[in-house]
Design a protein around this ligand. Structure first.
Ligand code: CA
Length: 375
């Protein structure tokens, strides 16, 4: 018993010591000096004029800070994008908006099921905006965006922002930012800002801790109502999953992602990004329209559906037809012409688990759709 207690205490002391040492560490690529609003070498003429020729981080630069321009460092075996901004340093919007150095990734412009924008990378946070008001503290490290129909809110609205707020140390570390609480700032309705967003705590990361980050925003079928879809915004931060469904999915028109450093209502923010990757898919929305579904119910019957084996597509009141089957990415995976009355499709592992769209065209080029689920 005593031996176990000793082991426990030693273990605890080691962990505590490790955290203490880590938290005290100054990052090798940290900007540790006193800071100003503007520096001559950070005063880019336009938002995109001072990017590196071949930046290691993906996306189009949006530099709205005269404190620094985008730079890179080679530390911890990786090349890191450096995003440093200070209070009041926006040199692009007449100081009317918060400073930022971010990268914009090309939007997924379709809203069909299977459309998505997916970003991943590794971040380190060295410093975030500091104010005396807790509601104004912190800086955003990434955000999901997307326009919507019907008006309301910003012309280019944020949907879910990932906000890092500073946590200060005690004793020798008093007044120093030793770790950061990561929050999701999510809209409560389309166009919501300020009180129209909710701020949800996600997790704490240490200063300079290499943290993996994945963010995917896109469209999937509502499992409770196949005539509806979900606009999801899912993040995985340091291996922990934080899924969320965006309000009013039917109003969404696109899915976009930005990352870097954005907002510093006091002090300075320093974010680093490495190993950035980006992928997107754009799937037309036709499969879900009510009209298509109504037509399909009377004109095409697919059974069994869902299926894990062979299936039959039966045509009602359609003469000779051409049948094509598409996966969720819109890729044609099957085709058969001159089909009459019905067609049995032998699966033979040709169809992986997922949702497929069956397209039936008759001689007059009238098109009918049906949905197929392989499970
Ligand atoms: Ca700049």
């Amino acid at each position: 018993m005593k031996k176990n207690t000793l082991k426990f205490l030693l273990c605890f002391a080691f962990i505590f010591y490790s955290l203490f040492i880590k938290a005290q560490t100054t990052a090798p690529d940290e900007d540790t000096g006193s800071y100003t609003t503007c520096n001559a070498d950070g005063a880019n003429a336009t938002r995109t004029s001072n990017d590196l020729p071949n930046p290691v981080n993906l996306g189009t630069i949006d530099d709205r800070s005269c404190y620094a321009n985008y730079k890179e460092s080679n530390v911890y075996g990786k090349t890191w994008g450096i995003y440093n901004i200070t209070h009041n340093s926006n040199n692009q919007d007449s100081n009317s908006l918060q400073p930022r150095i971010e990268r914009a990734l090309s939007a997924s412009q379709k809203t069909g099921i299977g459309s998505f924008a997916r970003f991943s990378g590794i971040f380190r946070i060295l410093e975030t905006g500091k104010t005396s008001s807790s509601g104004s503290d912190g800086s955003y490290i990434a955000q999901a965006k997307g326009k919507h129909t019907g008006g309301g809110g910003s012309a280019d609205p944020a949907i879910c922002l990932y906000l890092a707020k500073p946590v200060y140390g005690t004793g020798a570390n008093s007044g120093k930012q030793v770790s950061f609480n990561i929050y999701a700032e999510r809209i409560k309705y389309r166009g919501g800002s300020g009180s129209g967003r909710e701020i949800v705590f996600l997790k704490n990361v240490l200063k300079d801790e290499e943290t993996t980050f994945e963010l995917e925003i896109g469209f999937k079928q509502d499992p409770n109502d196949t005539s509806k879809k979900i606009h999801y915004c899912n993040a995985i931060i340091g291996g922990t999953v934080f899924d969320w469904n965006v309000p009013e999915p039917e109003r969404a028109t696109q899915s976009k992602i930005r990352y870097g450093a954005y907002r510093v209502k006091g002090g300075r923010a320093q974010i680093r990004w490495a190993n950035t990757m980006y992928q997107k898919a754009e799937v037309d929305n036709q499969s879900l329209s009510i009209e298509d579904n109504q037509l399909s119910f009377s004109s095409i019957k697919t059974y069994p559906n869902p299926t894990n084996g062979n299936f039959t597509i039966q045509l009602n009141h359609i003469d000779t037809a051409s049948i094509s089957i598409y996966d969720v990415l819109g890729k044609k995976v099957f085709q058969k012409t001159n089909v009459k009355e019905s067609l049995e499709v032998v699966n033979q592992n040709r169809f992986k688990t997922g949702i497929y769209l069956i397209k039936v065209s008759n001689r007059n080029q009238k098109v009918y759709y049906n949905k197929l689920i392989i499970n």
